[in-house]
Design a protein around this ligand. Structure first.
Ligand SMILES: Nc1ncnc2c1ncn2[C@@H]1O[C@H](COP(=O)(O)OP(=O)(O)OP(=O)(O)O)[C@@H](O)[C@H]1O
Length: 190
């Protein structure tokens, strides 16, 4: 039986939107849930980067557009974006601690949106996700990108696990898979 649930699909297809809706549904049925999602940041109609937002409402920078010269020099960049590792780790790592502490009413759910190129610059994050995958008191509701370009180690590792259920989000199914996702997460907690 599956222990963790991951959504995948092309950029902008609606993974985060589904994660947010599933989080609300799980919360309102009393499921203990924590974690983070990533959100686009726009200024004057232009995407300038991404923020990390925790379920408890804290917000921090994941990445921002860099100038040509600063981007070229930076080790932690994806396309035009420079990743703020310090800010990312500061916000996200505490949320992924104490993953073994389930509750009396079943496993705690950890939202990890997403395990992607930007996030994987952080070795501490990689370690924390691995711990969460193997922790007994936790179910992950996460997102992973569709394979494109150079394979991402941890993403491949997740895909090859026998204890995960992957939902492929498409334009055709994104308006009718919410309940299936929520039910699968609830079954993972048993
Ligand atoms: N079911 C839907 N119907 C119409 N628009 C949607 C739907 N789901 C999401 N959107 C819109 O599509 C855009 C991208 O959604 P979202 O951020 O959830 O996608 P994503 O797959 O998480 O993107 P990314 O890969 O960049 O993280 C948003 O503007 C959102 O409002």
């Amino acid at each position: 039986m599956a222990k963790h649930v991951f959504l995948t699909g092309p950029p902008g297809i609606g993974k985060t939107t589904l994660i947010k809706k599933a989080t609300e549904a799980l919360k309102s049925s009393g499921v203990p849930i924590d974690g983070f999602y990533t959100e686009e940041v726009r200024e004057g109609g232009r995407r300038i980067g991404f923020d990390v937002v925790t379920l408890s409402g804290r917000r921090g920078t994941l990445s921002r557009l860099g100038s040509d010269s600063s981007t070229a020099r930076c080790e932690y960049r994806v396309g035009q974006y420079i990743v703020d590792l310090v800010s990312f780790e500061h916000l996200v790592l505490p949320v992924l601690r104490n993953v073994d502490l389930g509750s009396d009413t079943g496993k705690k759910v950890h939202v990890i949106d997403e395990v992607g190129k930007m996030e994987l610059f952080s070795q501490s994050f990689i370690q924390a996700v691995r711990q969460t995958l193997t922790a007994s008191g936790t179910t992950i509701l996460g997102t992973i990108p569709i394979p494109k370009g150079k394979p991402l180690g941890l993403v491949e590792e997740i895909r090859s696990r026998k204890d995960i259920k992957v939902f492929n989000v498409t334009k055709e199914n994104r308006d009718n898979i919410l309940q299936d996702i929520v039910t699968t997460v609830q079954n993972c907690r048993k």
